[in-house]
Design a protein around this ligand. Structure first.
Ligand code: ATP
Length: 283
């Protein structure tokens, strides 16, 4: 069974058509990233899946449950999902450990509080008041609160905003570990390297519609895109775009009779491809 099934999802705010017919299937155990510029409709889509926003039309199933339903079934369902929102409310007068401990009480099968604190790298701040944390440390606490319930499905909305590079790498390791335990993860991010490092598949969304769903390596024809070969020839740096970089490098090896000075062979990055896709459809 798919963890998430969405067909024909639509949502408008007055005259703003935020989501204009989205279809999505996300498998259990998959890490799925939603990419798109500000205002594309990512948060609206994700918050409908989380049961925090109403929809105008379309079918939605999340872990076999329609998130707009309420009552006991909804409470049981909520117990199975974890959520890291874009911004969280303040609970500044509690410590890190108190906050996580408090939240763990909402779940029937929570993780150990110490384990969660360690997983997000907040060991040294466990006894600190929330209001004394830095922005990046606050964000790590948000992530801790998202995973403390041991969720089957985790929603992460721009989880690493404000993280320093080391914290981002540590976060990626945490996500890899969650993947290993079979957690399905829906991630929205503006960091293309993060999507590339983590996601099994990405969806590019713009103006409320999905432009393409693919693996990071194949998005926008990336895997078959022309390669750019550059090298130094005397005082000049030369370059050539080619469909067949191996043949070009072989030819050059013969010309240089061995090592090609400063040789690089590159294909478009996920960011190059993404910007091309977004540019093409920007209204
Ligand atoms: P970002 O990357 O900036 O978080 P996003 O892709 O998550 O953007 P959404 O927050 O889903 O985009 O917004 C989609 C569109 O809907 C935008 O034009 C936004 O202004 C509008 N919108 C979102 N929430 C509301 C709301 N509560 N009331 C009115 N308009 C809204």
């Amino acid at each position: 069974m798919n963890a998430i099934e969405v067909t024909g999802l639509r949502k408008s705010y007055g005259s703003v058509h935020a989501v204009r017919g989205i279809d999505l299937s996300i498998s259990a155990g998959e890490i799925f990233a939603l990419l798109g510029p500000n205002g594309a409709g990512k948060t609206t889509t994700v918050e409908i899946l989380e049961g925090f926003r109403s929809r105008d039309s379309g079918e939605v199933s999340v872990l076999g449950f329609d998130p707009r339903n309420e009552g006991n079934a909804a409470r049981e369902w909520r117990n199975r999902i974890g959520i890291v929102l874009q911004s969280t409310s303040d609970s500044g007068d509690l410590t890190v450990v108190e906050t996580i401990d408090h939240f763990s009480g909402y779940y029937s099968n929570p993780r150990e509080v110490d384990e969660v604190i360690h997983a997000v790298g907040l060991d040294e701040k466990a006894g600190s008041l929330i209001r004394k944390l830095s922005g990046g440390q606050r964000r790590r606490l948000d992530v801790a609160l998202g995973i403390v319930g041991n969720p089957e499905l985790l929603f992460l909305d721009e989880p690493t905003t404000g993280f320093d590079p080391e914290a981002r790498r540590a976060f990626w390791t945490l996500i890899e570990n969650l993947r290993g335990s079979g957690t399905t993860i829906v991630l929205t991010t503006h960091y293309l390297d993060e999507a590339e490092a983590l996601a099994d598949r990405v969806a590019v969304i713009n103006n409320g519609q999905i432009i393409e769903i693919s693996t990071p390596s194949e998005l926008g024809g990336r895997s078959t895109a022309q390669a750019l070969v550059t090298w130094r020839d005397g005082s000049e740096v030369k370059s050539e775009a080619t469909d067949n970089p191996t043949a070009l490098v072989n030819k050059m090896t013969a010309i240089f009779n061995g090592e090609i000075p400063e040789l690089t062979v590159t294909r478009p990055s996920l960011e190059d491809i993404y910007l091309r896709m977004i540019g093409k459809t920007h209204e």
